[in-house]
Design a protein around this ligand. Structure first.
Ligand code: XBP
Ligand code: MG
Length: 230
């Protein structure tokens, strides 16, 4: 039925917003002597803006920095935050979501091709994938650093399909958020959603299936991902 599964990273392969990004943004604020701190409620709302640098710039403008200053400060804070995230990743601070490894093993033994389409920055994405999954599991990896428009724009998915050499009808996306779902659907892929604490109340209209975790996803033997697994 399908030839490839394309995974989102943030919130999907890893609970990185909870375990990595939010604390790293806060550490960057503190290191730069800024009085800002994002609690989980505020960060959850800010996740509507994809891309860490864009999220920072929009927030700084909302706190009264003019657009030019906000852009410069956002760029500096984002470099700092990216370095912290990379350190956390290389020190083993971020784990694969429960049940994911089992699913990946099943897909590999069913000879399904695996790819990644993320809006995150390559500087932390590449070491994360290497450390958690080894260098060869994902045949194609497209990050926010290689594409012009972030999710919900379909650009990352379009580029993944181009590199896989597959039409959208032969691939399924796995996402955790409404923005990610919209990106996948706009590229023409069917999309399975595996939610987390930040995303479970979002609108997943158009999803092929919605699960609260990978355990439930694997248990759904009639579901859209099971279709490719003998
Ligand atoms: C995730 C994002 C990312 C992360 C931060 O969206 O928007 O920006 O929050 O990563 P998705 P960077 O899961 O839909 O890809 O700071 O590297 O941008
Ligand atoms: Mg995500």
């Amino acid at each position: 039925p399908y030839a490839a599964v394309v995974f989102d990273v943030d919130g999907t392969l890893v609970d990185s917003e909870r375990d990595g990004h939010r604390p790293a943004f806060n550490a960057a604020f503190a290191a730069n002597r800024l009085p800002y701190r994002w609690d989980t409620g505020e960060y959850g709302r800010l996740l509507a803006i994809t891309g860490g640098r864009r999220r920072l710039a929009a927030y700084l403008e909302s706190r009264g920095h003019d657009a030019g200053e906000a852009a410069g400060l956002a760029a500096r804070l984002h470099r700092d935050k990216t370095e912290r995230m990379r350190d956390l990743v290389t020190n083993g601070g971020i784990a694969a979501r429960p049940g994911l490894r089992e699913l990946l093993r099943e897909l590999v033994s069913a000879r399904v091709r695996l790819a990644v389409a993320t809006t995150g920055t390559r500087d932390w994405v590449a070491p994360l994938l290497d450390r958690l999954f080894g260098p060869d599991l994902f045949e194609v990896v497209v990050t926010g650093s290689e594409i012009g428009a972030l999710k919900p724009d379909p650009a990352a998915y379009v580029e993944v399909l181009r590199r896989l050499g597959l039409p959208a009808s032969r691939a399924v996306a796995v996402e955790d958020s409404a923005n990610g779902l919209r990106a996948a659907l706009a590229a023409g892929l069917a999309c399975v959603v595996v939610t987390n604490d930040y995303t479970r109340r979002q609108d997943f209209t158009g999803a092929a299936a919605v699960y609260p975790g990978f355990g439930a996803c694997r248990a759904d033997r009639g579901g859209p991902l099971a279709a490719g697994i003998p």
